[in-house]
Design a protein around this ligand. Structure first.
Ligand SMILES: [Zn+2]
Length: 511
């Protein structure tokens, strides 16, 4: 087999050096150069018409008329040999060396060296293999334009990207700490991945010189778990011991807060069992909730609650007989407020200084504290009303109405005639009208008669209708069975473990 080897301009020097094989590493470089040159030959050709060369006995220098004198500049030295580039070799060849490998012109050992050089990484191959994907963590004050400029990407590619439409416009809302993965080759953007949230990833890729985008939906893995605890200090501490997150504790309080006053009514020995969901992504827990069923034993009174999704998508908690856990009204319209004056029909008014019935409850709170609508209703007044100052009056069906006075201001969108939902902020605590300091004056009326908001028996929210009750019972039965199993087997022994698949399946259908 015949190889044609091209050496850059100073073949004589080179042959001498090959002879010197004592400097092995240098020799490898020479050999590598030869190998490269061989490749160069096969890649680029030579223009020589003379390819079927008969085998030659030895390394032989082909006669060449235009050999330039050897100068220092052309000398191959360890210092400059690595600077010789493949392309130059091809362009500047002025001489040809032909070797016949079959006839051992290069001895066996050096030939093996050639192979080992080929197997090792080529000393001339300076290009490292670069991962075309790079991750960028969004920094404070970053915009996509800044990131593109840092990566050396053209504003045009950003413009093309942003003109893709609605999904891609999410990229305008990148936040510090978020991760963007860029696919860049030769300073050209070929792809971009953006994790919008836990379950959605935006993927942009360039195909046939056009960007296209898609949103990939990632399904979180749901696992149904349960926990049980006895309260011997506080609800919070007992729940923490049972492995419940703050989120789940808040949910538990929200479900039972209508029936149990967690500040006043909890007794040592009260206990509860909770069945809930956890969500996993790639095997890592990313969120928990909702609670799908629970049992709370408060002073020997057992209260069970199950989560139920109506056909129209509404979700609420019900007792196992279909009664709503929720009441039609919140007991208090402000959180974290102190009662400064109670319902009293014979109170001496602090400003007017004479007996005047106090037909509501005063909650002292700082100016600007949000005030919540205690029930779903319609705004029949959002305006000034004498000594009440800025006032909101809500009507809830035909029977009930509530009043909120001394507001600092109304919440956005709350005006006479608008609809509000239970818990919605309708205004903010102030001291407008006749008031000594910032507080909310709250009234509750049934058929126009003032009732004590703190003690009035609050109506329950809408329960499961008679027509829907059979379907409700079928759907929640797996949860009831599981609660029976968990509480019957042992009230508290089981702290936490995975629940049965059957229940999990039932929950999935429930949504
Ligand atoms: Zn008052």
């Amino acid at each position: 087999m015949t190889y044609r080897v091209y050496i850059k301009k100073d073949y004589k020097n080179k042959i001498e050096r090959i002879g010197e094989a004592s400097n092995r590493s240098f020799f490898f470089k020479i050999v590598s150069l030869a190998v490269l040159a061989i490749s160069a030959f096969f890649m680029f050709g030579t223009g020589s018409s003379d390819r079927q060369e008969p085998s030659l006995a030895t390394v032989e220098v082909a006669p060449k008329p235009d050999i330039t004198p050897i100068t220092n500049q052309h000398k191959i030295t360890p210092a400059n040999i690595e600077n010789i580039e493949l392309q130059n070799i091809n362009e500047e060849f002025t001489s040809v060396i032909e070797t016949n490998v079959a006839e051992n012109t290069i001895d066996d050992s050096s030939f093996q060296d050639i192979e080992s050089v080929i197997e090792d990484e080529d000393v001339f191959q300076k290009d490292e293999i670069i991962d075309p994907w790079q991750s960028v963590t969004v920094k404070s004050g970053d915009s996509l334009a800044l990131i593109f400029s840092r990566l050396g990407l053209s504003p045009t590619s950003l413009y093309k990207l942003m003109s893709l439409g609605k999904e891609v416009s999410k990229l305008k809302k990148i936040r510090p700490g978020q991760l963007l993965n860029f696919h860049i080759e030769d300073d050209e953007l070929l792809g971009l991945e953006y994790e919008m949230n836990l379950t959605k990833t935006l993927k942009i890729s360039k195909e046939e010189n056009r960007f296209k985008s898609e949103v990939i939906q990632i399904e979180l893995e749901k696992v149904v778990k349960h926990a049980s605890a006895i309260i011997n200090d506080s609800l919070f501490l007992s729940a923490k011991r049972a492995g419940l997150s703050d989120n789940l504790i808040m949910q538990l309080v929200a479900i039972y807060g209508w029936d149990i006053d967690f500040a006043l009514n909890i007794r040592e020995g009260d206990s509860y069992t909770v069945i809930y969901e956890e969500q996993y992504k790639d095997g890592v827990k990313v969120s928990d909730g909702p609670i799908i069923a629970a049992e709370f034993i408060n002073r020997d009174k057992t209260l069970r609650a199950v989560r139920y999704t109506h056909d129209d998508g509404r979700v609420d908690y019900y007792a196992d007989n279909g009664d709503a856990m929720r009441k039609a009204f919140l007991r208090t319209p402000v959180e974290l407020a102190r009662i400064s004056s109670r319902f009293n029909l014979k109170r001496k008014h602090p400003i007017l200084n004479r007996i005047r019935a106090h037909k509501g409850v005063d909650y002292a709170a700082s100016t600007g504290t949000p005030i919540k609508a205690t029930g779903d209703g319609t705004v029949v007044l959002a305006g000034k009303k004498g000594g009440y100052g800025r006032t909101v009056i809500l009507k809830h069906g035909g029977k009930y109405s509530t009043l909120y006075a001394h507001l600092h201001r109304y919440a956005r969108g709350v005006r006479t005639g608008s609809r509000v939902k239970q818990g919605q902020t309708i205004g903010y605590v102030g001291k407008s009208g006749l008031a000594t300091g910032p507080h909310l004056h709250y009234e509750f009326r049934i058929n126009g008669v003032h009732r004590n908001p703190l003690t009035v028996k609050l109506p329950k929210a809408e329960s499961i209708s008679k027509e829907a009750l059979a379907e409700f019972k079928v759907k929640v039965n797996p949860m009831i069975v599981e609660l029976d199993r968990l509480t019957g087997k042992s009230a508290v022994a089981v702290q936490q473990s995975d629940s049965s698949i059957t229940l999990a399946d039932a929950m999935m259908e429930d949504g």
